[in-house]
Design a protein around this ligand. Structure first.
Ligand code: NDP
Length: 313
């Protein structure tokens, strides 16, 4: 039987609606949450991401502003900017879009963001809060994964979860969130021995690798839930054929655009999985929705309100 497709676009729209309602209540009480995005230089992908985030703020009633220091900006320039944003009462969230230019000490800049305004959840203080189950700001993409599981009624407690990828942005926080929701968690990476066998143990398999279609059906236990975080653009016709042979709709996209998006999970996994997130339209839309939630959460927390869950905004 074909896998249930977990519709990330719908879940993200639901969350956006809930956040917008929360913002409306706050505005009525005299507080408009605010997000400042820092976009250094001219990186095309980063510009698109930041544009999407600013647009989402507009749609949800959140105040937003963009800061665009030049490509030549120094660490010191960015520290001055971040310090200014840290001190402003109308700014609840600060987002420093990565990657930063090579001359900038990115870790130093991220460390300078006030943890209470760290809506990406990258500051070591928030990482520590997550790993000790304290209230803090949680990285958006992994938080979105948990929302997909919750809202699709996929249980985590007692389940075997296998996370492939150990980045600070996705793999590690996703593993921590799954552990906090009582899954038994295994984290895999490039040095893992016999990756397919380890993945086949999973009731919930999460791929955050950055390799197009690497997780094939032989990695997946029949009936498992597969969450595909990967976003890879493919342009090579041979690679396209390996992934999408016989898929007329994709072939048309590939012909007209010269490229198409694929996750880290091979499309043939849908033949064995119980449930799966598509790419595009799976985890991707959740990232911005959870950023919006984090901005509202930060605004409420700074004003002394203990918001933990989306249901509480
Ligand atoms: P990173 O490159 O930071 O991390 C990749 C991880 O995958 C590393 O831990 C690496 O292991 C592991 N890995 C690489 N090759 C293999 C292999 N052959 N076998 C097992 N493990 C391997 O990537 P990110 O975590 O930042 O992103 C992962 C993917 O998610 C990317 O496709 C990215 O575009 C996507 N992404 C999507 C988002 C969304 O909104 N949906 C947001 C963020 C990312 P090691 O540590 O040993 O090197």
């Amino acid at each position: 039987m074909a896998a249930t497709i977990l519709d990330g676009t719908k879940i993200a729209n639901d969350i956006r609606g809930e956040v917008a309602a929360g913002v409306k209540t706050m505005v009525a009480a005299g507080v408009r949450p605010g997000l400042a995005a820092v976009l250094v230089g001219s990186n095309h992908a980063s510009e698109i991401y930041v544009r999407g985030k600013v647009k989402a703020c507009e749609e949800l009633g959140i105040y937003s502003e963009q800061h665009t220091p030049p490509e030549s900006a120094t660490t010191e320039d960015l520290l001055v900017l971040v310090d200014d944003l840290n001190g402003r009462d109308d700014i609840d969230g600060i987002l420093v879009q990565l990657p930063l230019p090579p001359q900038v000490d990115a870790k130093k800049v991220l460390m300078a963001v006030d943890p209470a305004k760290d809506v990406d959840g990258f500051h070591p203080i928030n990482v520590g809060f997550l790993s000790t189950q304290r209230l803090g700001l949680v990285p958006c993409t992994p938080a979105g994964v948990i929302e997909i599981l919750k809202r699709s009624n996929i249980p985590t407690a007692g389940q075997e979860a296998v996370v492939v990828g150990r980045s600070d942005i996705v793999g590690k926080p996703a593993a921590m969130l799954l552990l906090n929701s009582n899954a038994t968690v295994t984290v895999c990476h490039s040095k893992t021995r016999d990756l397919p066998a380890t993945c086949r143990r999973a009731d919930i398999l999460l791929a955050a690798i950055g390799r197009a279609g690497m997780i094939t059906r032989d990695f997946v236990k029949p009936g498992a839930t597969v969450i595909d975080v990967g976003i890879n653009k493919i342009t090579d016709p041979a690679e396209f054929k390996r992934l999408f042979a016989g898929n007329a709709r994709r072939a048309q996209i590939f012909r007209s655009k010269g490229s198409t998006l694929v996750g880290d999970v091979h499309p043939n996994v849908a033949e064995v999985a119980g449930a799966i997130t598509p790419v595009p339209g799976g985890v991707g839309p959740l990232t911005i929705a959870m950023l919006m939630f984090n901005t509202v959460k930060a605004a409420k927390m700074r004003r002394g309100s203990g918001v933990v869950e989306l249901s509480q905004i």
